[in-house]
Design a binder for this molecule. Sequence first.
Ligand SMILES: Nc1ncnc2c1ncn2[C@@H]1O[C@H](COP(=O)(O)OP(=O)(O)OP(=O)(O)O)[C@@H](O)[C@H]1O
Ligand SMILES: [Mg+2]
Length: 399
Amino acid sequence: MLRLKSASASNTLIPGRRVLALGASLAGLDEGVLRGAAIEMGSIAHLEVPSASAFDLILIDADAWEPPSLAAAVKALSALQPPPPVLMVGANLPAGLVRNLMRLEAADILEAPYSPEQLASTIQTLLVNAGPRPIDAAGAGGSRCWAVAGAVGGSGATTVAIEIANCLATQSKKSRSVCLVDLNLADGAAAAYLGAAPTTRLADFGNAADRIDAAMLQAFVTPVSKGLDLMAGVRDPNAFDTVGRDAILRMLEVACEVYDWVILDMPRHRRVWTLEVLAGCDEVLVISELTVPALLAARAQSDEIEEGLSGGLRPRIVLNRLASRMFGPAPSVTEAEKALQRKAEAGISSDWEAAAASVNLGGPIAQHRPKSKIVKDIQQLVERLAVQPPRRATAPKAA
Ligand SMILES: Nc1ncnc2c1ncn2[C@@H]1O[C@H](COP(=O)(O)OP(=O)(O)OP(=O)(O)O)[C@@H](O)[C@H]1O
Ligand SMILES: [Mg+2]
């Protein structure tokens, strides 16, 4: 029996992955090499299409199964477009079986006996070569709506909302799958950051909520890229007074019917519709910086949202602009979590050059500075959140 539990997985590709493991020798990996992954122990029957497509990685102990039936099951996997990466381990790896395995797009073998470190590095290489997993909201149970709110002004809510929306749009590979909605009705910055012309005069929706349907919504969005549309209003100091609650809720309701993903850039101050909008979201991200006032505000805002929703939806706090080297008395992430009295969901690196370049050129950071650490951090956050089951308390609905 392998001592897999002792291996530590020091990589960030694993958390949140769904892994199918076939063979008793592979039990216990979630406490070692695959810490943070959601592992299902299964049998050859689980390799059947389409259930196998639900996994991000398949591990098979070839010694645990009859070679002919295993070879047939592996062959059937190639019908998936694309099949998940497969790693086969074992002391007995017949040529016919290996041949079928190698016909898959991403597959590898590891001969037993092997060390936990060898197993970890082979899995990592497979996952890297397989690239980011396609994110499919429909597969995750219909449209998904995530709200992004800043704990204090300038904490990076608009930047994070844009990068999340762009990341989802790129990975979902479908056209017009994501809509970024700027709910800073009076002076939202999303359109300017993206170099897009805002077309909506949300005030034109006025209070005529019942007239809003999919066709009308399309007239109000600006295409940003193949997968991403933006709904943002032109600057209008009175917009918060002229756009009614029903119109906002109806507009979001329709957006959730039309798009796989709806990402909301929330106004920082609470409006009459804020809690109802958040209740319709699967995730609420509160963006904070690593300063004491911002952390205290993030904690207060998260508590207020939690109390206001009373539906079990817990905002997740994201620490933005984390510097790799801190000068001066900035709190560490551990100190930040103490101040927050909860764990931070994620950290986003600081990269002023990339952030400034992208807003000046107009477009996501991922487009103008794809190598920025911000892009990698956002991708990890998105992948982790996308595999969470939808948490929506109530669908966004106009009364
Ligand atoms: N991770 C980051 N690294 C460096 N600069 C960043 C980062 N995130 C945001 N910025 C920059 O910080 C500034 C504020 O960001 P942003 O406008 O996204 O914040 P906000 O919370 O939406 O602000 P507001 O309260 O005005 O809505 C911008 O200049 C943006 O480019
Ligand atoms: Mg903003």
